[in-house]
Design a protein around this ligand. Sequence first.
Ligand SMILES: NC(=O)c1ccc[n+]([C@@H]2O[C@H](COP(=O)([O-])OP(=O)(O)OC[C@H]3O[C@@H](n4cnc5c(N)ncnc54)[C@H](O)[C@@H]3O)[C@@H](O)[C@H]2O)c1
Length: 269
Amino acid sequence: MKFLFDLSDKYSLITGASGLLGYQHALALAEINSNLILTDIDLQKLKKIKKDISLKFSNINILIYKMDVTKEKKINNVLQNLLKKKIILNVLINNAAIDSKIKSNEKMSNSSRFENLTLDEWHRHLDVGLTGAMLCSKIFGKNMAHNKTGGVILNIASDLSVIAPNHKIYKKGIFKPIMYSVLKHGIIGMTKYLSTYWNKKGIRCNALSPGPIENSQGRSFISKLKKEIPLNRLAKKNEYTAAIQFLCSDASSYMNGQNLIIDGGRSVW
Ligand SMILES: NC(=O)c1ccc[n+]([C@@H]2O[C@H](COP(=O)([O-])OP(=O)(O)OC[C@H]3O[C@@H](n4cnc5c(N)ncnc54)[C@H](O)[C@@H]3O)[C@@H](O)[C@H]2O)c1
């Protein structure tokens, strides 16, 4: 019997692959033998990541593309390039998003208050995290729908796709932008929509909602955030590996339209 998690000879495309989690998703898929198409606006980081993963996994092909998920033409160019190479895409991970990280040395500021939100900021966040995922799903999903082998679209959401941020954990005067809540809730709606749209073409669509990952956020912030999480800690960056492997492979063949929340229990309180 073929190993259910195996993605040998398949190609997986990740957006925002240069970031903290994008790189982890790439490692997770390389571990189950998937060829990788890594995309981001940061080409230099992509080059480094390609080199690093190639050293660890010599059995897979890795392609990198500078691709802005808000630019439809760019996304189409990447697809055309893949078609020229006769590459059939099997997995799309919509991972790119702008998440304004709160740094330990951040000064008190009023700019993050909802009352002071500018329309430019609103659009900037929604364009990447929501419109970008829609455009990539439209362009690559349409192509996957023509494959005989079907495919998987995985949207990376957040525990904030099901709960509101508790602003008390941020420094006084700092607020999590409303766009993050809106786009993460929106991406769950998009997941449900897409799970029923290409269902007859063998395309499954699910979401993964990670909880916060420890990444030098500063001691005081971490200690406040920990208290919100029943497991009393943030996630380690590799604690989503098994979920990515499950959701992107046949191991989850009967899962469709769902939001897998892995947040140490934060959303049950
Ligand atoms: N880190 C966490 O604690 C956490 C928790 C829950 C959910 N998430 C979600 O996981 C995903 C990845 O988060 P991360 O922590 O790795 O973020 P990150 O900021 O480290 O990475 C995001 C990547 O997206 C890229 N990007 C930004 N704008 C882009 C655009 N227009 N087109 C293409 N790429 C673009 C950036 O260059 C960056 O490499 C996001 O959707 C985020 O909301 C993260």
